[in-house]
Design a protein around this ligand. Sequence first.
Ligand code: C2O
Ligand code: CU
Length: 466
Amino acid sequence: MDKRSFLQWVGATTVAGWLPRVKAKSTIHPSVELTTRPGKVKLVGPAFPATDVWGFNGQVPGAPLRIRHGNALDVIVKNELTVPTAVHWHGIRLPNAMDGVAGLTQAPIQPGDTFRYQFVPPDAGTFWYHSHVNAYEQIGRGLYGPLIIEEADPPTVDRDLIWMIDDWRLLDDASISNDFGAGHDRSHAGRIGNVPTVNGRFRDLIKVHSGERLRLRIINASNARNFALSFSDLTPSVIAIDGQAIRPYQAQEPIIVGASGRVDIILDMTGEPGSTSPVVDSFYREPFDLTRFVYEKIPLRESVLSERIELDLPNLPEPDLSNLMMHDITIAGGAMGGLRRAKFNGEWMGLREIAQQGYAWAINDVVGNRLDMPPLIDTKQGTSVELTISNSTAFPHPMHLHGHHMKLLSIDGEPLPEPRWVDSPLIMPGQSMVLAFVADNPGDWLFHCHALEHHAAGLGALVRIT
Ligand code: C2O
Ligand code: CU
């Protein structure tokens, strides 16, 4: 049996009561069961009570799903919540019917029902899965987990670690504040919490050895919080963004991980045995320690490995830059955004009236309040599409396109020396980005802000490929 194809936890943690059903010598990949259900998780440490969450198998994060590139993923989701759900495989270029957007690509999974997701992920890399029904509440309560598609020949590191980072809004008793979808969050920065966690733990300590080489797969599962991470005197080498390999570069500045984004880095642990070093977030005004590395007394080796790690570059369909269907996309609205009116259910309406219905944002003057609205883009399969996305609001927006990756070509008119593939680019206030992709995957796909309250308040649209 191929050990690497097991679905398993990485690192030190093991999951009790969660074992994949595997038949020895079978060529059929084992199916795993994920049950969405309530659970209790010690988010904030021993001094506080456990927090009631909703999790895959009651855990937060859900168990990492790890398969080798080329294998099929086969997951049976059983819904043991009292509300409908569905599971989206963020960043995977999969068949539309497997995309997990309830009301668009499948019917919601009703309480007590199951749904089987089966597909072969075409790209190796770091992805994640999460609920796509009332995501601002269901992800906010913990319904997410990592999805790792391992390279056929993964680079040699001492440990391959997943950091699923999140941001919780907890009350003094460590329970989740129930104000999901609050009006202020919908029209401002989204639900920003007060307890940032790594793999479901607040201010956890990460034990490392001097000389050790880590691969860190950072996945931002926050509702809306973006991160800008620095690693004290360590110099991370960034090897992949949004699951797709890039030519590695040494990060001299904090590494931005927008909501729903992923960054893979190689970290050589150069600190002294016995020392500690913080990982600091500085995206917002107040920097804080997200977590700390604690070096064991015994070094792993005297000097760090010098061999450079470089992943195979992605093999994605290249957009035909000489024959592009161009679309200008303007994101407007929100507090301090200056949007006066927009189309709501096909009618022009003043912002005040729109706000009264709980909406705040528009894409090209259209409030994305429903899944049966006319598509923003309607194109034939195989078309090379160019998007120029301008953020004319006062807030950053991580804009996620389902079913595709887009090549980021330029930012604010400056061409990137090395364009890179993204599925959730974080577009800052006033910024514009040009991206191109081949619309090769037929279906109706969501294109939306992954600040989940923004999406709930209208920052979403459809891309139809026929
Ligand atoms: Cu990560 Cu529409 O989703
Ligand atoms: Cu947004």
